[in-house]
Design a protein around this ligand. Structure first.
Ligand code: PLP
Length: 371
């Protein structure tokens, strides 16, 4: 069996289960190949265009317009393309939104959520509104299991826990009037979302939106006025908003590539058909887990992620063998994160359904031989 491919020209590519940077749509990669040399007949490649001239003006405007169209995002939100990865948001958020000595609530559902709360301590007090650590981050709390503090400046949660393979299947409701902040790195635009429920959404592009190098921030405009302290210029959301994400040189190439992925999402028919496909894809693999006593999933079934499937075999040696044999079949980047071990199959928007079928078949065959 070889990696599932759509055309003969792509046979040198494997099935890429990487958690991030992750797989991108083939037609996007082909467009990038062309545009790196000469974009839109300008005689200049995308990486060589000025960030303040016509070609990039158009690309930035289209990226923002397409982002709004996909997420049905109104003018009361600003769309920003920042740098420094999603991790930089962990300090920009409290710097811009948390008053001196104030409290912000964090739902600790995994590794990244815990890092976010940690960074908040530079500016104020993170309150743990839910702590999944004692139960090894295997599940997502229900609304009833979340204990908010008296008057949080905001509530922060991670919609999809990339490492643990768990995902919120509802939007937690913060106390009245408190902005909801979401790290949506690994499931943004994988399903329809109601942006009006959020004060701020952020996502590093490299999981579901494009290459590494830019972080999408969707922020409600009134929050731009909240900065409770003097900030260095490039730490202020308002500065980025007032300067169309380019107070200095922005990540031109990354914004361009994310723009192409937005166009690809629109071509798929938007988020509803994408969600349907993602559900079907994940089911193919979860069905194998459910029909097996050999494989064990990390997530409690009601908390399963449609993007990252973390699981293991009965022992670490067999895990290693699984990963090695999968690689021989053209299936790469299946090693689980060092914090939980085992395997992780990341099946973002651009990962093909046929790849999930091929993987499920491999899993069954592996179990037959080693179970
Ligand atoms: C990958 C990831 C991050 C970290 O992103 P960087 O861009 O590397 O800083 C944060 N949160 C989640 C949920 C992630 O998946």
């Amino acid at each position: 069996m070889s990696a599932t491919t759509t055309t003969a020209a792509t046979t040198d590519r494997v099935l890429n289960f990487s958690a991030g940077p992750g797989v991108l749509p083939e037609e996007v990669l082909r467009q990038v190949q062309e545009d790196v040399w000469n974009i839109a007949g300008t005689g200049v490649g995308i990486m060589e265009h000025s960030h303040r001239a016509g070609t990039f003006d158009r690309i930035l405007a289209e990226s923002i317009a397409d982002c709004r169209k996909i997420g049905n995002i109104g003018d009361d939100y600003e769309i920003l393309f920042l740098t420094g990865g999603a991790s930089t948001q962990n300090h920009l958020i409290p710097a811009n939104l948390l008053p001196e000595g104030g409290t912000a609530d964090y739902l600790i559902t995994g590794y990244w959520a815990s890092k976010s709360a940690q960074e908040c301590k530079v500016y104020g007090k993170p309150h743990t509104a839910f702590d999944g650590k004692p139960t090894n981050y295997t599940f997502i709390p229900s609304q009833k299991e979340i204990k908010f503090s008296e008057k949080p400046a905001y509530v922060h949660y991670t919609s999809n826990n990339t490492i643990m393979g768990t995902q919120f299947h509802y939007v937690p409701e913060p106390p009245a009037g408190v902005p909801l902040v979401c790290d949506m790195c690994s499931d943004i635009y994988s399903q329809p979302l109601d942006v009006s429920k959020y004060g701020l959404i952020y996502a590093g592009a490299q999981k579901n939106l494009g290459p590494a190098g830019t972080t999408l921030v969707i922020i409600r405009k009134d929050l731009l006025e909240r900065a409770p302290r003097p900030l260095p210029t490039l730490m202020s959301y308002k500065v980025y908003a007032d300067n169309e994400s380019r107070p200095n040189t922005p990540p031109v190439f990354a914004i361009y590539a994310v723009g192409l992925v937005f166009k690809w999402i629109l071509k798929q028919g938007g988020l509803a058909p994408i969600a349907k496909r993602n559900q079907a894809k994940a089911k193919i693999i979860y069905d194998v887990l459910d029909g097996s006593s050999f494989y064990k999933g990390h997530a409690r079934p009601d908390s399963r992620s449609l993007m990252n499937i973390s699981f293991h075999t009965p022992n670490p040696e067999t895990d290693k063998l699984f990963i090695a044999e999968a690689l021989k079949e053209g299936m790469d980047n299946l090693k689980g994160h060092r914090s939980i071990g085992g395997m992780r199959a990341s099946i973002y928007n651009a990962f093909p359904a046929e790849g999930c079928e091929a993987f499920a078949q491999f899993m069954r065959e592996f179990e037959r031989r080693h179970g």
